[in-house]
Design a protein around this ligand. Structure first.
Ligand code: BGC
Length: 760
């Protein structure tokens, strides 16, 4: 390996640099330690070249076509040639990446290779379920594998950096970006963050692994009223206990980059936030990678009312530790001037550049800038059968069975007359979700196609109603159909003639995601009316939901006998849904977010605080509730059924009382009491009833996914340590306090066996 690298070094010296400049570029020597190589390179860099590394451009021109001759593209192109660009985003495909990399490596003075970033959020071309759906699997190995498939395809397309995972905790379904995260819980979110980082980055950067990016740092999931880009105000204790844990987990897992966020946090834009980026991330956590801004978030500090102009924004962002400017185009114009004026110390620039170069060296780009440019791999890896098998596996694991009265599911495999109704049942686009910029339109397997493979059932399809009236895209607002009912009659007739009706309803792919906040969480358009009409014709309905966020479906929950939460499941969506409906796969997913009864309950989450008046025990009016809807969610966090049933017994704690730091062993016996083999996600929650800062009524602190054959019992073990029992105060100090702890182990955040122990 080393020999090969040295040979390459000699070759590079000769061809790329030696011939041009006749001097030895010692930083190309792969035998030297990375920090030394960075220092050697930085010694040769001008201030402008350093600042250039902090500049990221969107490749908005046809990179393999003629060079741009005017406007901002010409400027970008010229700056690229000067070596004033550190990274590009959205340039993809081996031919394109190679062409741009060639300019950076062969035509600039120092030949520093570029990072190529892209939003590979849940797959590149072969798409996995949206991240919220994947989180419903609670299956960390599967989630890691899904990120690994995404990295395999993205890297085969020349990319070396993904802007994922999104580790924003959020408990507000109005916010469209909940589809990108892992839901409302920081413990589950942290485990998933780690799994995704490991999947994208692997243990070392071979050519199938890429740099990951934890985003959006921080607080973005708590934008007020769930309105995207809105402000965030929260206590430090909440920040440390709820928002930061998945970011910390990503940092501990060795993630190389962070992206900051659009929002202000307690009045200070995250992009200009010293406390977040310098004190916590680079200080307390010792993060050695770099921070990229979110799209134009440096310039947006002016609009926020936090910076006077471009120069002020550049200064504030750089001082706060935002190392790379995505698409504000401000660092490249302002930073060198600010250094020359003495407003920003060169050491600030040096620190940022060192961080960026470190990642490039670690990726091996100086040793082989075209490491990810392999046409043969691009052809064979992208869209392969193996990748499709993997995303199908992930899709099945992501499905949550919400209701199954009288065991209406699974469907009989033969003889049944089934009416399949709903525009989404025949939609090959929506299951791809909203972040699928590299996938081709209409490439998902639809539910109709999935069900048609079960040839012994008589299947009739009727659309019933359209969900949207316009052609949908990432850049367009969805127009919802509320007026066209013309398909209702045919759908009702089909329902009447069928034994069982499968209805696929919910959101189209672009109704959740960035800038897709909503104030209504019911079924969009006239789908609710369709559901109620069909119910009158035939109440034997299996409702399959396709959506990117929790929906509020109280009518369906009351009337419809079976409900399957199938999210937006990616390329293999229809196959996964059909296999679950026909019982070839027994669902085991559990909700990673609470489902509200009404939108007015948002934000709604299981790990809430008790308040001084939690129940109506003492007073039937003046307690903490709504007067027009129950206080509880429709479906709680952690909830999900199976075709089989599970019984919990013998909850045991190793002792009644423990010293701080001692390991607390908890066990429970779980039995499969039903008629199918199945999987159960066994969940452990704690509650600290008296603390120096009031603690939530419940907090997830452990989970295990167990597979049980019919009739089988397994003992599931958990270990609690100080890490699980403590919490952060408002100064970010981690406290473990003595006293009683209650625990609950069970099926979901609302049901389980209870016990307690003492911590001395
Ligand atoms: C989003 C980021 C994304 C970036 C680049 C922004 O609008 O907030 O999550 O990575 O665009 O596409």
């Amino acid at each position: 390996m080393m020999k090969k690298q040295i040979k390459r070094y000699a070759f590079l010296l000769l061809i790329v640099y030696g011939t041009n400049y006749g001097q030895t570029k010692k930083y190309l020597d792969p035998t030297k330690p990375i920090e030394e190589r960075i220092s050697l390179l930085m010694k040769e860099m001008t201030l402008e070249e350093k600042v250039g590394q902090m500049n990221q451009y969107n490749g908005s021109w046809d990179v393999t076509g003629p060079k741009p001759e005017s406007g901002s593209n010409e400027e970008k192109y010229n700056n690229l040639k000067k070596g004033w660009v550190g990274s590009m985003l959205t340039v993809r495909g081996v031919k394109e990446v190679r062409a741009v990399q060639k300019i950076a490596v062969e035509e600039t003075r120092l030949g520093i290779p570029l990072l190529f970033g892209f939003d590979v959020i849940h797959g590149y071309k072969t798409l996995s379920p949206i991240p919220l759906a994947e989180a419903a699997s609670w299956d960390l190995e599967a989630i890691k594998n899904s990120a690994s498939v995404a990295a395999l395809e993205a890297s085969a397309s020349g990319l070396n950096w993904t802007f994922a995972p999104n580790v924003d905790i959020s408990n507000d379904a109005r916010w469209g970006r909940v589809m990108e995260g892992a839901g409302e819980d920081p413990y589950l979110g942290s485990k998933i963050a780690k799994a995704r980082v490991k999947g994208f980055q692997g243990e070392r950067f071979d050519h199938t692994k890429i740099i990951a990016c934890a985003k959006h740092f921080a607080g973005y999931g708590f934008v007020e009223a769930g309105r995207d880009y809105n402000s965030v105000d929260m206590s430090n204790s909440k920040l440390y206990n709820t928002v930061l844990p998945p970011f910390k987990a990503a940092s501990d897992a060795g993630i190389r980059t962070f992206m900051n966020s659009f929002n202000t946090l307690n009045g200070i834009p995250a992009t200009g936030n010293v406390f977040l980026q310098r004190d916590i991330l680079k200080g307390e956590w010792g993060f050695k990678g770099f921070v990229v801004s979110d799209w134009a978030s440096i310039a947006e500090m002016i609009t926020h009312g936090y910076a006077a102009d471009g120069a002020d924004a550049a200064k504030k962002a750089a001082l706060a530790g935002s190392d790379m400017d995505m698409e504000s185009n401000i660092y490249v114009t302002e930073l060198a001037k600010l250094v020359k004026k003495g407003s920003v110390k060169e050491s600030v620039i040096d620190d940022a550049v060192r961080r960026i170069l470190r990642v490039k060296f670690e990726l091996g780009l100086f040793d082989d800038p075209y490491k990810y440019c392999d046409e043969a791999r691009e052809k064979s890896n992208i869209g392969s059968k193996a990748n499709n098998d993997d995303v199908l596996d992930m899709a099945k694991k992501s499905i949550v069975l919400l209701k199954n009265d009288k065991n209406i599911l699974p469907l009989k495999k033969s003889g049944a007359k089934i009416a399949l109704i709903g525009a989404l049942a025949n939609d090959k686009n929506s299951p791809l979700g909203s972040w699928r910029i590299a996938a081709d339109d209409n490439t998902a397997v639809s539910v109709l196609e999935g069900m048609q493979q079960y040839k012994n059932s008589a299947l009739v399809y009727e659309k019933g109603t359209d969900v949207a009236t316009n052609k949908q895209s990432f850049l367009d607002e969805v127009k919802v159909n509320t007026t066209d009912f013309s398909g209702f009659e045919a759908a009702k007739k089909a329902a009447k003639e069928a034994e069982i009706v499968v209805m696929v309803l919910g959101e189209i792919g672009f109704q959740s995601g960035e800038a897709r906040s909503r104030t209504e969480l019911g079924l969009p358009g006239n789908q609710q009316q369709l559901l109620e009409e069909i119910y009158k014709a035939n109440p034997n309905i299996v409702l399959v939901l396709n959506n990117g966020r929790p929906l509020s479906i109280p009518w369906a929950a009351e009337h419809i006998p079976a409900i399957v939460e199938a999210w937006q499941l990616g390329t293999q969506s229809g196959n996964a849904i059909a296999q679950v409906l026909y019982g070839d796969y027994n669902p085991s997913g559990k909700l990673p977010m609470s489902f509200p009864r009404k939108v007015g309950q948002c934000p709604i989450y299981y790990n809430l605080y008790n308040t001084g008046r939690p129940t109506d025990k003492d007073n039937n009016v003046f307690w903490s509730h709504y007067s027009d809807v129950e206080k509880t969610p429709l479906y709680p966090f952690g909830y999900g059924l199976s075709y089989t049933s599970f019984d919990y017994k013998n909850l045991k704690i190793s002792k009644a009382s423990f010293q701080k730091g001692e390991k607390i062993e908890v066990s429970v016996d779980v039995t499969n009491t039903g008629n199918f083999d199945g999987k159960e996600i066994v969940q452990l929650y704690i509650n600290d009833p008296v603390a120096s800062i009031a603690r939530p009524v419940k907090e997830l602190k452990g989970f295990e996914l167990v597979e049980l054959k019919k009739g089988e019992t397994k003992t599931v073990q958990f270990t609690l340590t100080n890490n699980e029992l403590g919490f952060y105060d408002n100064n970010g100090k981690f406290l473990v306090e003595s006293g009683q702890f209650n625990i609950m182990v069970g099926w979901n955040s609302n049901n389980g066996l209870n016990s307690k122990f003492e911590l001395k």
